[in-house]
Ligand binder design. Structure first.
Ligand code: HEM
Ligand SMILES: [Ca+2]
Length: 375
């Protein structure tokens, strides 16, 4: 069973051979952050999230949270896709070595960055974080961490998209490293089956109810064809589509993904001078083909459509649809499909838990001046 779980088929692409040997020990070492000897340390009692503080910046930079909220609001009014972009960015940051902004770092000669790995290829919103950070640096230089900016901005974006609010404590610090190989091999695969997804998110302390709930994040945003392409024609080398897909939905997905091949190439957009003055957030305006999740429109809010679609065999990712095959996970899908306030209440809690995963707090880590570079 261990062999099957580590099999390359559930990864984003096949790992080099040294990886299979290291994967299980890496997963086992979670949630410890340090490689040093931790024997005798009671990790349960020393949760670094306990050293976060509500309104940590109230004296150091009282305007910080307001600047974040107002900037996200300004961008959201033009690009509502900022909300799903930031939500996914938080997940990909917090999942790899905790909520420490490691995902925001650029590659350097000495270090490959998480953002340049296959699972992160389609992440968006880095430019949004840069704009917020620049505004904050103008008023309180060197004080507010990128890790805090990211979780707060994602929370505010979610609220604007109709999602629930959750009160976030602050005081996270930024990493001095990016962990490209961990991102490559540990981020959950869209082709993972139920046991892969449960093992993956379970390794970060989420139970089945929380996992079904967290995946409700896929209520907003877009999933591009390359994330589900192999379900359409040649699923797992069978030369057949994924049998768990509803036939009408299969046809819609095929149509959406073929359409783009037929369409004539669009003229290249005019070069935009500064990212904000023109609202030219390039990461938020790409028009790649795919399925838009909240196709009832943003006014439908952040609700239970995702789960109702799973009940109809219309999960966009294989990993989404797999939630229906487990007895308990299937029950949670049904519960959330029929009770929007249950879903939203749980989602606020699971997002809070995600945003506090394995945080770095002083004296560890640093506060970066530019989110893409180690200070
Ligand atoms: C088994 C777990 C998960 C897998 C396999 C997965 C995989 C994916 C994939 C492949 C995409 C589409 C990327 C693209 O085509 O551009 C996506 C989009 C997205 N994911 Fe997940 N995801 C998982 C869990 C989560 C969680 C826990 C969250 C947040 C709490 C999340 C938030 C999002 C959002 C908001 C989008 C849309 C992004 C956008 O429109 O810019 N995902 N996910
Ligand atoms: Ca991280």
């Amino acid at each position: 069973d261990t062999v099957r779980k580590n099999s390359p088929s559930v990864l984003w692409f096949p790992p080099p051979s040294h990886f299979a040997r290291n994967l299980s020990s890496r997963l086992m070492s979670w949630p410890q952050r340090h490689d040093g000897d931790l024997s005798g340390v009671d990790l349960e009692r020393r949760d670094p999230a306990d050293s976060l503080e509500y309104d940590y910046y109230r004296e150091l930079c009282p305007q910080a949270e307001k600047i974040i909220r107002e900037t996200v609001r300004r961008i959201y009014s033009v690009h509502s896709r900022v909300a799903p972009a930031l939500l996914r960015l938080v997940f990909h940051d917090c999942f790899i070595e905790g909520c420490d902004a490691s995902v925001l770092l650029d590659s350097t000669e000495e270090m490959d960055a998480e953002k340049d790995t296959p699972p992160n290829e389609t992440l968006k919103g880095f430019d949004v974080i840069d704009v917020i950070k620049a505004e904050i640096e103008e008023v309180c230089p060197g004080v507010v961490s990128c890790a805090d900016i990211l979780v707060l901005a994602a929370r505010d974006g979610l609220l604007m998209a109709g999602g629930p609010f959750y009160p976030l404590s602050t005081g996270r610090r930024d990493s001095t490293q990016s962990y490209a190989d961990l991102a490559t091999y540990q981020l959950p695969s869209p082709y993972g089956d139920l046991s892969d997804t449960l093992a993956s998110l379970g390794s970060r302390g989420f139970n089945e109810r929380e996992i079904v709930n967290l995946l409700g994040a896929h209520s907003i945003g877009a999933i591009h064809c390359k994330s589900f392409q192999s379900r359409l024609y040649n699923f797992s080398g069978t030369n057949e589509p994924d049998p768990s897909l509803d036939v009408g939905f299969l046809n819609l997905m095929r149509f959406k993904c073929n359409e783009s091949l037929l369409a004539s190439p669009s003229p290249s957009p005019p070069p935009s001078s500064s990212s904000e003055s023109s609202f030219g957030f390039s990461s938020l305006t790409s028009e790649e083909p795919g399925i838009v999740m909240n196709y009832e429109g943003p006014s439908s809010g952040f609700g239970t459509l995702y789960y109702r679609r799973l009940l109809q065999g219309q999960g966009v990712l294989y990993a989404d649809q797999q939630l229906m095959v487990g007895e308990d996970t299937g029950s949670w899908v049904r519960a959330y499909a029929s009770d929007v306030s249950l879903f939203r209440g749980d989602f606020a809690e699971t997002m809070l838990k995600l945003s506090n995963l394995q945080v770095l707090t002083a004296p560890n880590g640093q506060v970066r001046r530019s989110c893409s570079k180690v200070a």
